[in-house]
Ligand binder design. Structure first.
Ligand code: ATP
Ligand code: MG
Length: 338
């Protein structure tokens, strides 16, 4: 079977270290190993609108930005098809068919959706579009016969739901859809990077991010202000590295594993101050972010190149999605004329 990779980012803000730790780095790994037949990366603007309907300008501002973030880490537009979700109306028709295959109670049981509803304070006023975004995600994935989905671990329950939709479709109408598999990072710290405030997830919507576009001074300030172990008061106190975002970031990004292990045990024993560890983390991040910023600067000064990449990619992606939609219509029997 063909290996088709697909992932998307919501244009609700620029991309951050959490994205880099999980989905972005996995995309890059597949590209470097050339271990796939087709790869698609898209800006999920329609999904972004599901919880930002009243602030569409925020989405518009970021539609190309998230693609630029992808390009700036070294993803190659000659090897990957970049597209905008709203440029593929076929996705909406697929969503309509899939809506009938899912119950309301099943949607409400999804732990990621539950958590996000709480985080956004929707309570009983949940936009229908937001609650059903896992269904539109099933359309995004199946429209390209995608079977490899590199993500962070908050996406696991969504992908499980997508697989249920695929199974229900295939059992009801006959095999037509490809069942996807999620891929998460091997390194546990990278699966769900916490925020600089120590909260469980770095997230654009939570404002606890270090962005790929942050300049040196901003990164320094954010790192120096990071939450650490609140009980590590004096330098000689033994410290906790497990729930400490500074060490979690080091685990995710520090290439010198011996140095990381050494700092970790020193901190746990006592005698190592937060400031020194933060200085080191800052160095590690700077080394990683410098080439990303340089590439980004190129795309920032060449907006016409970015636009061309996305325009061409959207056209190409649409051709593929219409093939899959024809297959789906045929299978259901929504085909009345020759
Ligand atoms: P929003 O708050 O608007 O949902 P987000 O920061 O969660 O934004 P998404 O665009 O929803 O970002 O996620 C894109 C991809 O990045 C997904 O695969 C998701 O699992 C991954 N991801 C997002 N945040 C993190 C994180 N903190 N750690 C690891 N992976 C993450
Ligand atoms: Mg999210």
């Amino acid at each position: 079977m063909k290996k088709v990779i697909l992932t998307g980012d919501r244009p609700t803000g620029k991309l951050h270290l959490g994205h880099l730790a999980s989905s972005l780095r996995l995309r890059l790994k597949y590209q470097i190993e050339a271990d796939y037949d087709e790869m698609y990366v898209f800006s999920a603007d329609m999904q972004g609108l599901t919880d930002n309907a009243k602030t569409p300008e925020k989405i518009k501002e970021n539609v190309f930005e998230v693609i630029k973030d992808n390009l700036s880490i070294g993803l190659d537009p000659n090897k990957i098809t970049f597209f905008v979700q709203s440029g593929i109306p076929e996705l909406n028709e697929l969503t309509m068919y899939y809506l009938n295959l899912v119950t309301l109670s099943r949607l409400k049981r999804n732990p990621t959706i539950k958590e996000e509803i709480k985080q956004r304070g929707f309570e009983e006023s949940i936009p229908v579009g937001f609650l059903t975004y896992p269904i539109s995600q099933a359309a995004d994935i199946t429209a390209f016969d995608a079977n490899i989905i590199p993500v962070g671990d908050d996406q696991i329950p969504i992908l499980e739901q997508v697989c249920e939709i695929v199974d229900t479709f295939n059992n009801t109408y006959g095999e037509a859809l490809v069942r996807p598999k999620y891929v998460i990072p091997e390194n546990k710290s990278s699966r769900r990077l916490p925020g600089t405030d120590g909260k469980a997830k770095m997230s654009k919507s939570a404002g606890n991010c270090i962005y790929l576009t942050d300049d040196t001074e901003t990164v320094r300030k954010k790192v120096m202000g990071m939450y650490t172990d609140p009980n590590h008061i004096k330098i000689e106190d033994p410290g906790n590295t497990k729930d400490n975002p500074v060490f979690i970031y080091l685990d995710a990004f520090c290439k010198d594993r011996d140095k990381y292990e050494e700092l970790k045990s020193h901190y746990e024993q006592g005698g190592l101050g937060d400031k020194a560890v933060k200085e080191y983390l800052f160095e590690v991040l700077e080394e990683m972010l410098t080439p990303i910023r340089e590439k980004r600067a190129y795309y920032d000064t060449h907006p016409e190149i970015v636009e061309e990449i996305i325009k061409d990619g959207t056209k190409k992606a649409r051709e593929k999605a219409s093939e899959v939609l024809s297959r789906v219509r045929k299978q259901i029997g929504v085909e009345y004329f020759n």
